[in-house]
Design a protein. Structure first.
Length: 387
């Protein structure tokens, strides 16, 4: 064979290989595992690693006891799902944007604050339950962070190394876990189930607008958690104890609204995927995994799933009067609200939030991709798929 013929055959084969790979399998050139250099999170207490603590009151002991052995500005006894996600990519835990004390943002940042909503809340801390840092403000903080972090890098000096590289914004994994407090706000304002349900499409539209805004600033990889079964959590079970219960003991109407929220959320993600084809979206049905902890706790090594480990009073060991780490005076004596004996086998930590053990279980389940649409593991969340 002449050298020329060999070269032509080589190029012919190469073209064949490339065209097959890109036509038959458009994801063939996406890497097997994604090397996200940073994680950028928006959300509520499910993923707050210090925002609420910086802005308002930090949670006190026994918060943090199981893993950090001290309060760690998280609403759990240990790590959150977002912490396990960071660990999975060998990245440091992401710090809160609001944390002004020497904070390192070189590999990620967290805009989540406990009690955050998607929509502007009616009643803001301290005059009501919700964080002022609702999703639009978290986006606006992100926008500032993106430009100001680069000014700081250009200035050099001691602060430059605390900021992410410019190129990280388009390579980062953007994670979201928000919506639970939008439902909670409606329920606790005594709206009917139907009224809260009817406001879901507006919540989802506002969510979608923020995702598009992040996309327009360069975000490409999106990992979105569904909202959990709010009707299984002691703070809701205690407040609406007369509502209809399902076989797991959770409140059926409240969970139905959460499921409707998730249906609309998933629809929106399918739509975003079509509108923004150069982005990769993963919808994560964390609701299903959370619900399995309430429905089949023994199967997963848990017990008393509806009862708070660190709380006070009633059937669900929860009282709106005192939170975990606080003290309540009963019949003239002070009672400290501390941890139960075995937080490692418990699902709910303080009546609103999950234990580290539950968070680890949730992470192990969702990171496989089994609960994701598309069914792609966390490590491959940079893959684009057409739907
Ligand atoms: C910030 O965190 C990164 C990653 O953990 C680390 O390599 C770097 O040294 C830290 N920067 C400073 C100034 O501590
Ligand atoms: C909701 O109803 C309960 C019981 O009637 C009442 O105690 C509570 O103040 C109401 N909450 C609001 C925000 O109206
Ligand atoms: C919520 O609204 C949707 C759409 O109208 C409806 O299909 C669903 O049954 C409603 N759910 C509840 C709990 O009201
Ligand atoms: C408080 O005192 C009342 C009346 O003596 C009693 O019925 C109740 O059980 C006491 N509560 C607790 C928590 O000890
Ligand atoms: C309820 O909370 C208390 C702390 O106030 C804790 O000591 C107790 O073990 C919890 N109960 C259960 C069943 O976990």
């Amino acid at each position: 064979m002449s050298e020329r013929a060999a070269i032509s055959i080589f190029f012919f084969m190469l073209v064949l290989l490339l065209s097959q790979a890109s036509i038959l399998n458009p994801v063939a050139y996406e890497p097997k595992t994604c090397d996200f250099p940073a994680i950028i999170n928006l959300g509520d207490s499910n993923s707050d690693t210090g925002g609420y603590a910086a802005g308002f009151d930090p949670p006190t002991s026994p918060y943090g006891n199981t893993y950090f052995h001290m309060p760690a500005r998280r609403f759990s006894d240990g790590r959150l799902v977002i912490d396990f996600i960071a660990e999975a990519f060998d990245l440091p835990f992401i710090n809160a944007y609001l944390d002004s004390m020497g904070t390192n943002f070189s590999h990620g940042i967290n805009f989540a604050t406990a009690a955050s909503t998607i929509r502007l809340p009616n009643r803001i801390i301290p005059n009501g339950g919700f964080s002022p840092f609702y999703l639009d403000l978290q986006f606006s903080q992100f926008q500032q962070f993106k430009s100001r972090s680069q000014m700081i890098r250009k200035q050099g000096g001691m602060f430059a190394s605390l900021m992410p590289k410019a190129g990280y914004f388009s390579r980062a994994l953007y994670t979201f876990d928000i919506g639970q407090n939008d439902l909670g706000e409606g329920f606790f304002a005594n709206l009917t189930i139907q009224q809260v349900n009817a406001s879901v499409p507006d919540m989802i539209n506002k969510f979608s607008e923020n995702v598009k805004n992040i996309y327009s600033l360069g975000g490409r990889y999106f990992w979105v958690h569904s909202t959990g079964p709010i009707g299984c959590l002691p703070y809701v079970l205690t407040a609406f104890s007369s509502a209809e219960k399902d076989p797991a003991g959770c409140l059926k109407p409240h969970n139905e609204v959460a499921q409707y929220f998730n249906l609309k959320l998933k629809e929106t993600i399918v739509q975003l995927r079509n509108e923004l084809p150069s982005a990769a979206f993963t919808y994560v049905d964390i609701y299903a995994v959370k619900y399995s902890l309430f429905a089949e706790p023994q199967k997963h090594g848990f017990e008393l799933p509806l009862v708070a480990c660190c709380g006070y009073g009633g059937r669900y060991n929860y009282s709106a009067e005192v939170i975990c780490g606080g003290t309540i005076t009963v019949n003239g004596s002070d009672i400290f609200v501390g941890s139960c004996d075995r937080p490692l086998v418990r699902v709910v930590w303080d009546g609103i939030h999950y234990t580290e053990a539950a968070n680890k279980f949730l992470f192990d389940q969702i990171s496989t991709g089994s609960f994701s649409d598309p069914h792609v593991p966390l490590k491959q969340a940079c893959r684009r798929t057409s739907s």
